[in-house]
Write a protein that binds this ligand. Structure first.
Ligand code: NI
Length: 184
C-alpha cells in the first residue's frame, strides 16, 4: 500500500469515462483500493476516485467521520464502491461548497439532488445497495462524477460562488475553516 500522486484538473486523465472492473478479488484490485485509501487518508480527504491517481477504472472509496468543514454532516460509512449506479430519488437539490483533491485550494457551490439510491460492488465482488440522503448522497455523486470525467467546477452554476479558500473566507462566502482542512 502506498500513497500516489494526485492527478490535478487540466490533466486529460481526469476527463476519461472510466472502464468497469471485470474481475473482483484480484491482487491488482485490492492493491488499487489500498493505494486509494492510503492516498485519501494521507491527504485527510473524504473520498477519492481511481482516475485521481491515474487509474482508468470505475472504483471510488469514501469515508466521512467528523469533518470540521461539515460539522453538521452525518458520518458516512467506510465504503469501497465499484461499478456504481446512481438513481435520483428526490430531484430537490441542496447547495453546498465542495472541494476536490484534484482542484486544490478551491471551493465552489454545487447543487445536487438530496436523495439517491446507489448500487455497486465491494472489492470481493459482493453487490450492495443503499438509499441515502444529504451529505452521504453528495459524496457519492461527487465521487461517481469522477468516473465519467466530471469535476465539481463543471457543476458550478454561479462563479461568484467559486474561488480560492482564503478569498471566499475573507468575503464571508464560506465560513473560516481550520488550517488542516482537507482538500477533498
Ligand atoms: Ni473530487
Amino acid at each position: 500500500m502506498s500513497t500516489k500522486p494526485i492527478v490535478r484538473i487540466g490533466d486529460p486523465l481526469l476527463l476519461r469515462k472510466c472502464r468497469p472492473v471485470e474481475e473482483f478479488n484480484t491482487p491488482e484490485l485490492h492493491a488499487l483500493v489500498n493505494d486509494m485509501w492510503a492516498t485519501m487518508h494521507a491527504l485527510h480527504a473524504a473520498g477519492i476516485a481511481a482516475p485521481q491517481i491515474g487509474v482508468d477504472l470505475r472504483v471510488v472509496v469514501f469515508f466521512v467521520n467528523k469533518n470540521p468543514r461539515y460539522p453538521t454532516a452525518e458520518p458516512v460509512p467506510e465504503t469501497v464502491l465499484i461499478n456504481p449506479t446512481v438513481e435520483i430519488l428526490d430531484p430537490t437539490t441542496d447547495s453546498l461548497f465542495e472541494g476536490c483533491l484534484s482542484v486544490p485550494g478551491l471551493r465552489g457551490e454545487v447543487a445536487r439532488p438530496k436523495k439517491i439510491r446507489y448500487t455497486g460492488y465491494d472489492a470481493m465482488g459482493n453487490f450492495f445497495e443503499r438509499t441515502v440522503t444529504d451529505f452521504h448522497a453528495r459524496v457519492v455523486q461527487h465521487e461517481v462524477d469522477h468516473l465519467d470525467g466530471v469535476l465539481f467546477p463543471m457543476r458550478v452554476k454561479d462563479f461568484s460562488r467559486f474561488g480560492f479558500i482564503p478569498e471566499l473566507e475573507a468575503a464571508g462566502i464560506i465560513p473560516k475553516v481550520s488550517k488542516d482542512d482537507p482538500d477533498d
